[in-house]
Design a protein around this ligand. Structure first.
Ligand code: CP
Ligand code: NVA
Length: 301
């Protein structure tokens, strides 16, 4: 049966831990200059309805390292942009490529695509979730600290796609997730409810960060919300990750951000560039984590 990766919940806890372990192995192999090309002649199709640096480059480089090929398909230049139904595109691409990644707006678009796709479909970000980023964030945590079960993780900022994926990660790997967000910017209530006692919502950033092992944030206005930038800057002014906020977390707390970051908005330059920040490892790990994911999906279809 074809496996997809539309949300983290498409993997079991054991599978997620195995993908993270494999990502760490693949990273070590690459650092030792070992060639590992199990997917010669395989093609990844990548559909982008939104901008990207990390997602595009990590998938494309990853497939090249595997001996395969990646195709960048912008909706602007394909028939998708002229209204060809996603289901038709999914059926056609399934006959030509071996695996497909999509970055788009509505999560329902990727669900409709996956319903008819005959090859694995990977969510490269939707308005609702960003599960590939969580693979990289979790890999980064595991490298630095070991298993995440029982740890206290704090999300500061918007209850957005990244926040939703953190909620799913808390469910799967059994960590405590505190979400510090303004009243009007809470995560989706159903996604929160499904996570039960693993998730706590707070509206005071300092209280949310107190005694935490990892502080994570993201932009205040996500792709597609550019027109809300000013309104959001006001709503989120007490939700900047800065030195004072890091001071109330554990002394060895890490800082993560999926990037791109807006310095002096959601995070101070001091924290982003400071000793607790692991954002560059986190960005690099997109490559290794997604290679582990591609390997998992191609071996299971
Ligand atoms: N973090 C992330 O997904 O970055 P890009 O938007 O550059 O792909
Ligand atoms: N929440 C951000 C993440 C970017 C990688 C967005 O959706 O724009």
């Amino acid at each position: 049966m074809t496996r997809h990766f539309l949300t983290l919940l498409d993997l079991s806890s054991e599978e997620l831990r195995a993908v993270i372990r494999r990502a760490i192995e693949l990273k070590a192999m690459r650092n030792q200059n070992q060639d590992y090309a199990p997917f010669v002649n395989r093609t990844l199709g990548m559909i982008f309805d939104k901008s990207s640096t990390r997602t595009r480059v990590s998938f494309e480089a990853g497939m090249a390292q595997f001996g395969g090929h990646a195709l960048f398909l912008s909706s602007k230049d394909t028939q998708l942009g002229r209204g060809e139904p996603v289901q038709d595109t999914a059926r056609v691409l399934s006959r030509m490529v071996d695996i497909i990644m999509i970055r788009t707006y509505a999560h329902s678009t990727i669900e409709r695509f996956a319903e008819v796709a005959q090859v694995p479909v990977i969510n490269g970000l939707t308005d609702l979730y960003h599960p590939c980023q969580l693979l990289a964030d979790l890999q980064t945590w595991f490298e630095q600290r070991g298993d995440i079960s029982g740890a206290t993780i704090t999300w500061i900022g918007d209850g957005n796609n990244m926040c939703h994926s953190y909620i799913n990660a808390a469910r799967l790997l059994d960590f405590n997730l505190r979400i510090g967000c303004p009243e009007g910017y809470m995560p989706n209530a159903e996604i929160v409810a499904a996570a039960g006692s693993n998730v706590e919502i707070m509206h005071d950033a300092m209280a949310a960060a107190e005694g935490s092992d990892l502080i994570v944030t993201d932009v205040w206005a996500s792709m597609g919300q550019e027109q809300e930038q000013l309104k959001r800057e006001q709503a989120f002014q007490d939700f900047q990750v800065n030195h004072s906020l890091m001071q109330v977390a554990h002394a060895d707390a890490l800082f993560m951000h999926c990037l791109p970051a807006h310095r002096e908005e959601e995070v101070s330059t001091e924290v982003l560039e400071g000793p607790q920040s692991v954002v560059w490892d986190e960005a690099e790990n997109r490559l290794h984590a997604q290679k582990a994911l591609i390997e998992f999906l191609l071996q299971h279809c």
